[in-house]
Structures are given as structure tokens and as C-alpha cells.
Ligand binder design. Structure first.
Ligand SMILES: Cc1cc2nc3c(=O)[nH]c(=O)nc-3n(C[C@H](O)[C@H](O)[C@H](O)COP(=O)(O)OP(=O)(O)OC[C@H]3O[C@@H](n4cnc5c(N)ncnc54)[C@H](O)[C@@H]3O)c2cc1C
Length: 379
């Protein structure tokens, strides 16, 4: 597909080679910008969880030309069932196809998704440097002078901070912003083989600890569970992760119960406290701009954080291509992204609060369904 070229910038540095950073580098390169990508991790890895790819996220990936490889390597489902924790069906979510030829929803293992995006980065010959970050940024009217952590320097027409929730770029260039705020919940995840017969997304509500299952390939799923977070000094051992999650699933029926009965110590299990932040505007300072979790970090309640990061990468390139000047493009980017990210973050945190306050499952379902249907609107 031919895309409108960006005329106001020739070069960009993207800091952070995760989901948002790669989406941004791909979108800019496709519009004729020489985009350099750097990542702090010398091995450019991602941990082994699955990830839910909603319809709107699939739509954003389609704009990057990556829908087909994601469909092939992941799992596509056309329904999500809401169950009571004991396995009784409450409701099946209405998940309309939002664009012709687009699946309703799906899932994929994170390392597989990363490989698909990395392959596209390589195909576009985007230079990637690893084990590197930025230590200083000086923005002026025509560009940004960058100092890297290996003491090398460079000058770029634009710098994009896509370096996630603890963003170093945010710390250097955005003094009016702050760290993400803990929401009081933590998220358990397990990657495990698929329960026999599972053919849709599944949510289990009505217990203190809601959970859900997403298929990630013909043979694999991941399950998440949200619990009130308790501060502790040390990380949990693998044995504690295994036995605690098994215990938390004690009363669950349906496929959540199947996972409890079939999980092993070899399955990937992780626990992480949740934090969110809609950072205050402006989201750009001179020619330095933020996107992804660096500026719109959300919780997993709508499974949309990665989708928001991909959309932001696509929208940044679209708005720069439309605008006559860099600042007009960055302002249009922020104006288009802020309300949508605000809705996702406020709805996600709102659902978390209902769970913490033990509100009836019907209230979660209503908030969830309303937010998901707004997300189906064009971005
Ligand atoms: C428990 C949990 C479950 C989730 N489940 C889902 C889901 O099912 N669906 C969904 O859409 N979203 C989900 N999300 C959200 C999603 O993972 C994030 O929103 C998304 O990964 C954000 O993309 P990003 O590019 O901003 O950050 P990341 O994908 O985290 O990438 C950031 C990159 O920056 C690099 N980096 C970090 N610091 C620096 C630095 N100083 N300099 C250079 N590089 C740096 C990192 O190495 C990394 O490669 C979940 C989040 C959590 C916490």
C-alpha cells in the first residue's frame, strides 16, 4: 500500500523497541522517514506471556500490514463468554466485526508477536541498536541533539520516547509528568496448553478475583487473574507462584477449574502489581514526543494497552504526513490520542475499582461492554 510521505522530517530516533516503538518505527519508515530504533535490552527480548489482541488492536495491526502473520501465528476467536466463577454462563459479549475481513478478537504469545514486528523492522532496513538508551536530549527549532548511554551523539528531526512505564525520555524531557500510580490490584498470568474444547475468549466474574482465558495459538492459551495487591519485600519464588495461583483458583469451575487441575510447575507463571497513568498534556516538548505506556499506561482490564501503543504509532505518522510543520503534526497527534487513551485508562481503572469494591459482576460486564464498543469507533 502506498502511504502519504512525511515532508516535515527526514530522520527520527525511536527510543524503546517494544510494541509501540516498533509500530512507530515501521509507520515512519513506510512514510519515507529514516528511523533509528534503540532498546535498552541487549537481547531485545520479551517475556513469555500471551496477549489478547482485540478487534481494534487487530485493526491497528492491519494498518501496519501485519494482520495476516498475526492471524497465522496466533489464534482468532469470534466470541467472548462471561461466566460466573463457578462456570455458569452469564452472557456472551456482542463482538461485532468492526471492519470487513477483520476478525472480532484474538490472542498471541508475546514472543511470537515481537518476532513478527521485528521481521517487519528488518525488512524495512530500520537500523536497530541494542543495549543503548539516551542520557541527554536538547531540542531546538530544527531538531534534537541526542547523547546516548555509550557517549556517542546524534542529531534527529524528531525523538519518540516509547520506552514504557518507567520512561527515561519522560524523565529527561517532561518535568510536568510523574510515575504511574498503583491501582491496588495485581495480575497473575499463566501460559498453558489449551483446555479441550475452548473456542472463545472466557471471563470468570463474581468472585473477589476475576480471571479470563485467551487462546494464543491452536495449542496454547494464557489465563490472567486479578487480585488485590499486597505489598511485600521479596519477589515470590516459582513454587509460591504456582501454589498461590492454584489456591486462588480453588472455587473456579469451567476451563478456569481445568487450568487449576492441569497446571504444572513447568508452565510460565508471573505476578505483577498494576499501575496506570494518563500523563498530563502536553505529550510533546519541542521535537520530543511520548507514546505507549510512557504516556498512556493502562491496566489489562480492557486488554488494550498494546492496542493503544500500536494505534499511537500509526496516528503519529499519519498526523505528521498531514501537517505542514512538526509542531502542527505533534499537536494533532496529541489531540487525536488523548481522549481515546483517557477513555481506555479511566474505564480500565473503573472496572478495577468495581472489582476491589466487590460490586456485582453485572456492573463489570456493563462497564466493560460500553468501553469495548466505544473502542470499536474509528481511531
Ligand atoms: C499484566 C499485564 C497484562 C497485559 N495484557 C495486555 C493484553 O492482553 N492486551 C493488550 O493490548 N495489552 C496488554 N497489556 C499492556 C501492554 O503490554 C502494554 O500497554 C504495551 O506493551 C505497551 O507498549 P510500549 O511499547 O509502550 O512498551 P513495551 O512493549 O513495554 O516496550 C518498551 C520497550 O522499551 C525498552 N526500554 C525500557 N526502558 C528503556 C530505556 N530507558 N531506553 C531504551 N529502551 C528502553 C524495553 O526494553 C522494551 O523493549 C498488559 C499489561 C500488563 C501489565
Amino acid at each position: 500500500m502506498t502511504r502519504e510521505k512525511i515532508s516535515s522530517i527526514a530522520s527520527a530516533l525511536v527510543v524503546g523497541g517494544g510494541i509501540g516503538g516498533m509500530a512507530t518505527a515501521i509507520s515512519l519508515a513506510e512514510r519515507g522517514v529514516r528511523a533509528d530504533l534503540i532498546d535498552l535490552d541487549p537481547e531485545w527480548r520479551v517475556y513469555g506471556a500471551g496477549i489478547t489482541i482485540t478487534g481494534p488492536t487487530l485493526r491497528a495491526y492491519r494498518r501496519l500490514g501485519l494482520l495476516e502473520p498475526i492471524k497465522e501465528a496466533g489464534a482468532i476467536t469470534n466470541q467472548t463468554h462471561l461466566y460466573r466463577y463457578d462456570g455458569t454462563l452469564i452472557h456472551t459479549l456482542d463482538e461485532p466485526v468492526i471492519e470487513e475481513g477483520l476478525p472480532a478478537t484474538g490472542g498471541i504469545m508475546r514472543p511470537v508477536l515481537h518476532r513478527i514486528m521485528q521481521k517487519r523492522v528488518r525488512e524495512l532496513e530500520i537500523p536497530v541498536r541494542l543495549g543503548l538508551t539516551v542520557t541527554a536530549l536538547e531540542s531546538d527549532d530544527t531538531g534534537v541533539d541526542v547523547t546516548f548511554s555509550d557517549e556517542s551523539t546524534g542529531r534527529y528531526d524528531l525523538v519518540v520516547g516509547a520506552d514504557s512505564v518507567f520512561s527515561g525520555v519522560r524523565e529527561i524531557a517532561f518535568q510536568h509528568m510523574g510515575p504511574a500510580v498503583p491501582t491496588g490490584q495485581g495480575c497473575w498470568r499463566i501460559s498453558i496448553r489449551k483446555p479441550p474444547g475452548l473456542d472463545a475468549g472466557e471471563f470468570f466474574l463474581g468472585r473477589d478475583n476475576p480471571c479470563g482465558i485467551t487462546a494464543c495459538s491452536p495449542d496454547d492459551v494464557y489465563m490472567w487473574m486479578l487480585t488485590p495487591h499486597e505489598e511485600r519485600e521479596e519477589f515470590m519464588t516459582d513454587e509460591e507462584l504456582y501454589s498461590t495461583l492454584k489456591g486462588l483458583l480453588a472455587d473456579f469451575g469451567g476451563n478456569a477449574g481445568w487450568i487449576r487441575d492441569n497446571m504444572t510447575r513447568e508452565d510460565w507463571i508471573n505476578y505483577r502489581p498494576l499501575a496506570a497513568a494518563l500523563q498530563p498534556r502536553p505529550w510533546y516538548n519541542g521535537r520530543v514526543v511520548l507514546l505507549g505506556d510512557a504516556v498512556h499506561a493502562t491496566t489489562p482490564h480492557l486488554a488494550s494497552g498494546a492496542g493503544m501503543a500500536v494505534e499511537s504509532g500509526v496516528v503519529l505518522a499519519e498526523e505528521l504526513a498531514r501537517a505542514d510543520t512538526v509542531s502542527e503534526g505533534l499537536q494533532a497527534f496529541e489531540d487525536r490520542r488523548y481522549p481515546r487513551c483517557q477513555d481506555v485508562i479511566e474505564s480500565s481503572v473503573g472496572i478495577g475499582n468495581l472489582q476491589l469494591n466487590r460490586r456485582p459482576p453485572e456492573e463489570h460486564a456493563a462497564l466493560l461492554e460500553g468501553a469495548l464498543s466505544r473502542l470499536n469507533e474509528p481511531f
